[in-house]
Design a protein around this ligand. Structure first.
Ligand code: FES
Length: 185
């Protein structure tokens, strides 16, 4: 794969997610202004995202509710590693199944649970997931904390698949869908 292309593509995702978020905020403003103050919590509640251009092994970052969110298309090896990890090895035990709705797609709030840095997409750390370079927290291919000072797994935002290639981040999962979308307690 061509690295320059990946970088450029990643940037385009970020730029287009940002652009639509700004559009949504501007469109909502007159209503927020005139109606009750609680309406502002509706702004940017959900972001629709097209998964189809993402290739296996690629991670893109989008913005949702002013937070970075990682969308990672996992390879079969990454899925296997995540599914086969013994619970006894985990600081914040949670099965991979409880963290994804479709094994190929891992969607996480990109905020380290230590002090809130954004883990690096380039440095995958000792467990093949992410390394947070601020103080050395290593996350695995399910975004679970495996080493370092972070106490919790990377949080899973609420999301819903609209189709095989479209996801709505911020929407409650459909009933009958797999994952409890929020990070557990
Ligand atoms: S903020 Fe990530 S390790 Fe400290």
């Amino acid at each position: 794969m061509d690295n320059a292309n990946v970088t450029r593509r990643d940037f385009l995702y970020v730029a287009s997610a940002g652009a639509s978020a700004v559009g949504a905020a501007l469109a909502l403003w007159p209503f927020i202004d005139q109606m009750n103050p609680a309406a502002d919590t509706l702004a940017l509640k959900e972001v629709e995202f097209d998964l189809s251009p993402i290739v296996a092994g690629q991670i893109v970052t989008i913005e949702w509710q002013k937070k970075p969110v990682f969308v990672r298309r996992r390879t079969p090896e990454e899925i296997k590693a995540a599914e086969e990890t013994p619970m006894a090895d985990l600081k914040d035990p949670q099965t991979d199944k409880d963290r994804v709705q479709k094994p190929e797609w891992l969607i996480l709030v990109a905020t380290c649970t230590h002090l809130g840095c954004v883990p690096s997409k380039e440095m995958k750390g000792e467990f093949g997931g992410w390394l947070c370079p601020c103080h050395g927290s290593h996350y695995d291919t399910s975004g679970r904390i495996r080493k370092g000072p972070a106490p919790k797994n990377l949080a899973v935002p609420p999301y819903q698949f609209l189709s095989d290639t479209k996801v709505l981040i911020g929407a409650a999962p459909q009933s009958g869908g797999a994952a409890p979308a929020q990070h557990h307690g």
